[in-house]
Design a protein around this ligand. Structure first.
Ligand code: B12
Length: 216
């Protein structure tokens, strides 16, 4: 039953039908379907399919924007349920940002929600964040890890710029850097001197746990 509901949820996101999508999310949550499954198999997969449709010219920017808004509404509905099952506090702070020039935040928000669920304190600086703003936040918040999201090949180099700025500010040894976003890879992370790479939100959680030494 839940597979059929998740397939309908994907379609409602692709069609940018907020009422239908929200009703399906509520139905799935009421049926005790794992929030992470709704996020991954429903919302994230819908955006992946839509990305392919966009690439092939089947949909255009306004449709993608409308679907992204539905994603956000659904994510906001799921997050409290996800947090209700949160692990005990780990006591480590993670600073998250989508790098300068990049407005994509759906994936970063998923990473944020899953890190919170895993017991981390998350400070989300939002999108289009300059390396100067990240450095200021690192000084102010002293996080254990900085997570950088980039969805565009043109903004990926900003992940390197942030690392260079951390080095220049003498902060590189005080914070671990995790990079992610669809175009990022382990090779990219190694090339720019990041400490870790995460392909999906659960990988991000695993990587942060490893970086702060609380991997179970
Ligand atoms: C939704 C979307 C948009 C929305 C964004 C809405 C929003 N609030 O985020 C809108 C419509 C605004 C948009 C705009 C643009 N977009 Co866009 N977008 C997408 C789309 C379809 C889906 C992205 C998404 O949200 N996926 C769902 C989430 C859940 O997945 P995710 O982001 O990949 O995140 C997961 C992982 O990557 C990872 N992750 C993410 N962040 C982090 C961070 C860390 C630290 C870690 C460890 C892991 C991690 O975990 C997440 C969960 O598993 C993609 C297609 C695609 N296949 O990615 C194109 C795509 C990324 N966009 C693209 C383009 C070109 C653009 C525009 C330039 C279009 C334009 N002409 O204006 C603009 C750029 C705006 C800007 N300056 O940023 C291209 C990029 C091509 C490239 N090679 O660079 C893509 C690939 C589409 C395509 N096939 O051409 N976009």
């Amino acid at each position: 039953m839940s597979d059929a509901l998740i397939a309908r949820l994907r379609q409602a996101v692709i069609d940018a039908e907020p009422d239908d999508a929200l009703a399906l999310v509520r139905e799935l949550l009421a049926a005790d379907v794992a929030p992470t499954l709704i996020l991954d198999g429903g919302l994230a997969k819908a955006m992946l399919i839509l990305g392919e449709m966009w690439k092939s010219g089947e949909v255009f920017l306004p449709e993608v924007m409308a679907a992204a808004a539905v994603f956000t509404i659904c994510n906001e509905e799921i997050e409290p349920v996800l947090l209700a099952s949160a692990d005990h506090k780990v006591g480590a702070k993670v600073l998250l940002a989508t790098v300068k020039g990049d407005m994509h935040d759906l994936g970063k928000n998923m990473v944020a929600a899953m890190l919170k669920m895993a017991g981390f304190d998350v400070i989300d600086l939002g999108t289009d964040v300059s390396s100067a703003a990240i450095i200021e936040a690192v000084i102010r918040e002293t996080p254990a890890v900085v997570g950088l999201s980039a969805l565009l090949t043109t903004t990926m180099p900003e992940q390197r710029s942030v690392i260079n700025a951390l080095v220049a500010a003498g902060l590189r040894d005080s914070v671990k850097v995790l990079v992610g976003g669809a175009p990022a890879t382990q090779e990219w992370a190694d090339a720019i001197g990041a400490d870790a790479y995460g392909q999906h939100a659960p990988d991000a959680v695993r990587a942060v746990k490893e970086l702060v030494g609380v991997l179970d």
